[in-house]
Design a protein around this ligand. Structure first.
Ligand SMILES: [Zn+2]
Length: 553
């Protein structure tokens, strides 16, 4: 056997391999794992030139696979003011005024993640005008489906007197004929965020199109810096592979430029994002992306859709009326027949489909589309995905397994997890449907493949926080079933489950000879750590393709 380039010893290795789940040490050669075994077996592979890593008794795992996030936006937003679900308007005023004073040149003061309830019953712009009357100000909801803006921002963006939008998107208008400051979904808020120079990074989410006009060399450097900041941020959390959930050619071109510069330290998949006003012929761009990027570091191979919005803003498409709003169920962004035709076509093209689907009516429509594809094409084995699945109709659970669906679940999104409030989510779901909501264990029991994720920057990207959410989530009241995952199941969801979802389980997701040397070393023994303390554990080192992508020291 060849000599190891690097070995990790003094470790508690959890391999995620069913036949050999535990080991003491790992050897790497180049980009691959050479061996996994006992200390003696691995020491025998070391020579004078071998780099030795002492894990100091910490847990060693396959590098985490983050199955749903937004890299470009997340990387850019790290520069904004982080409100972290702040609910106190006085504290918010102080923070925003300080931040604005510290950034006199920014055309838009952008803040992330206020508490949804901070505005009370007032028009959001009333509070924001009081905080910052003379400069454009925008607050981006933690879920990124709502933005709140002050009058200066609404005016500068040209939406103060309203704006025509597609169904499900809305510039909320007041009785005075002026926008209230609440902007639901991208078509409503994009003009405001564009004031801050965030148009290019939102393109892959909002339109799926390419930046137009083409970025200047200076703008491109700015975008490369956002992307690199995002990659370093995820590497710091033990992540070695990410699945981006918005995309266009530009996103992959930037990542490829970083690779040429030797700065790509995380493996990335990027979809083609198909939006309702596109013509089917635009799917040729999905084929182009897949033809150009299809290797172990950068790949496409899938098409992203949004079928609906989110529960908190009542833009999720549901089967039953929203409480207190007779007849109102929001709407699906694609008609049933159109989605079925698109799903059938994309499936026949050999591309994977990933659909944002939160409300139960949205998921029924998505499953109908996947079934139509199955009828037309047979079982393609493509492992289509549904993102979020927050509310599922009782009769739809059993359809997931037979269709081979991956349920892409975000543990920190459940009300009560990761510091999230229970409201307005639980009220909007309705008490009689709580048992069908965020029903993680039930999805798994019905044969769905499970991939776990943060949806960063919607939630913090920390996998350890995700593991804590997945394993500690409390039932909201007596009589609602326990939907927590075990630690082992949650770890699978962030490793081999994520690899299965992206068809890479032969090379990733577990520690075995010949697989990619993608590894995370934790700062302690994860199995001996209380579930409520998981998010406080540290990451000691992240290794991607045999090379250190993050080190705490
Ligand atoms: Zn997302």
């Amino acid at each position: 056997m060849p000599q190891a380039d690097r070995i990790i010893t003094n470790a508690k290795v959890l391999t995620m391999e069913p036949d050999a789940p535990r080991a003491e040490a790992v050897a790497m050669a180049g980009e691959r794992i050479l061996a996994v075994g006992s200390t003696a077996e691995i020491e025998a592979l070391a020579g004078p030139g071998t780099d030795r890593i002492d894990a100091q008794g910490g847990t060693v795992l396959p590098g985490f696979i983050e199955s749903h996030l937004h890299l470009f936006i997340g990387g850019a937003e790290l520069m904004n003011l982080q409100l972290d679900n702040l609910a106190d308007p006085d504290r918010m005023r102080d923070l925003i005024r300080d931040f604005a004073a510290a950034h006199p040149d920014r055309p838009l003061i952008t803040c992330q993640a206020p508490d949804y309830g901070v505005f009370g019953d007032r028009a959001p712009k009333a509070l924001l005008d009081e905080i910052l009357p003379d400069r454009p100000l925008a607050l981006v909801g933690h879920d990124h489906h709502t933005v709140w803006a002050n009058t200066a921002a609404l005016d500068a963006a040209g939406v103060l007197y309203g704006r025509e939008t597609a169904p499900g998107h809305e510039v909320v208008m007041g009785e005075d004929g002026l926008a209230t400051g609440a902007l639901y979904e991208p078509e409503a808020y994009a003009p405001v965020l564009a004031l801050g120079g965030q148009a290019r990074m939102m393109e892959g989410l909002n339109t799926g199109g390419e930046p137009d006009p083409a970025p200047t060399a200076a703008e491109r450097e700015e975008d490369l810096a956002h992307m690199k900041r995002g990659l370093d941020h995820v590497a710091r959390h033990g992540i070695t592979s990410i699945v981006n959930m918005d995309g266009n050619l530009y996103t992959l071109e930037l990542l490829d430029e970083l690779r040429r510069r030797g700065e790509l330290n995380v493996r990335v998949r990027v979809p083609f994002h198909f939006v309702p006003d596109m013509d089917e012929s635009e799917l040729s761009r999905a084929e182009e992306m897949t033809a150009r990027w299809n290797d172990e570091w950068l790949a496409s191979g899938f098409v992203k859709f949004f079928m609906d919005g989110v529960i908190d803003s009542r833009t999720a498409f549901v089967h039953n009326d929203y409480p207190g709003q007779p007849g109102f169920r929001s709407t699906g962004r694609f008609e049933a027949e159109r989605f079925a035709a698109l799903a059938t076509k994309i499936d026949a093209m050999g591309l994977q489909i990933a659909v944002h689907s939160i409300g139960d009516a949205a998921t029924t429509r998505v499953l109908d589309g996947f079934e139509a594809a199955r009828r037309a094409n047979g079982d393609s084995g493509i492992r289509h995905r549904i993102e979020h699945l927050e509310l599922v109709a009782p009769g739809d659970f059993a359809r997931l397994g037979p269709l081979g669906i991956t349920a892409s679940i975000q543990p920190p999104h459940a009300p009560g997890c990761a510091g999230l409030p229970l409201e307005p989510t639980l009220t909007n779901i309705g008490r009689d449907r709580w048992e069908d909501a965020f029903a993680w264990q039930r999805l798994a029991d019905n044969g769905a493949h499970i991939a776990l994720a943060s949806d960063w920057p919607v939630s913090p990207v920390s996998i350890l926080l995700g593991l804590e959410s997945a394993t500690t989530r409390a039932a909201w009241t007596d009589g609602v079933p326990d939907q927590r995952f075990t630690l082992e199941a949650a770890l699978r969801g962030y490793t081999i489950g994520g690899a299965y979802a992206e068809h890479t389980e032969a090379i990733k997701g577990s520690l075995a000879p010949g697989k990619l040397a993608d590894i995370v070393i934790l700062d302690g023994d994860i199995e001996a750590t209380a579930p409520t303390a998981l998010s406080e554990m540290g990451i000691r080192m992240t290794i991607c393709g045999g090379r250190t992508s993050y080190s705490a020291t």
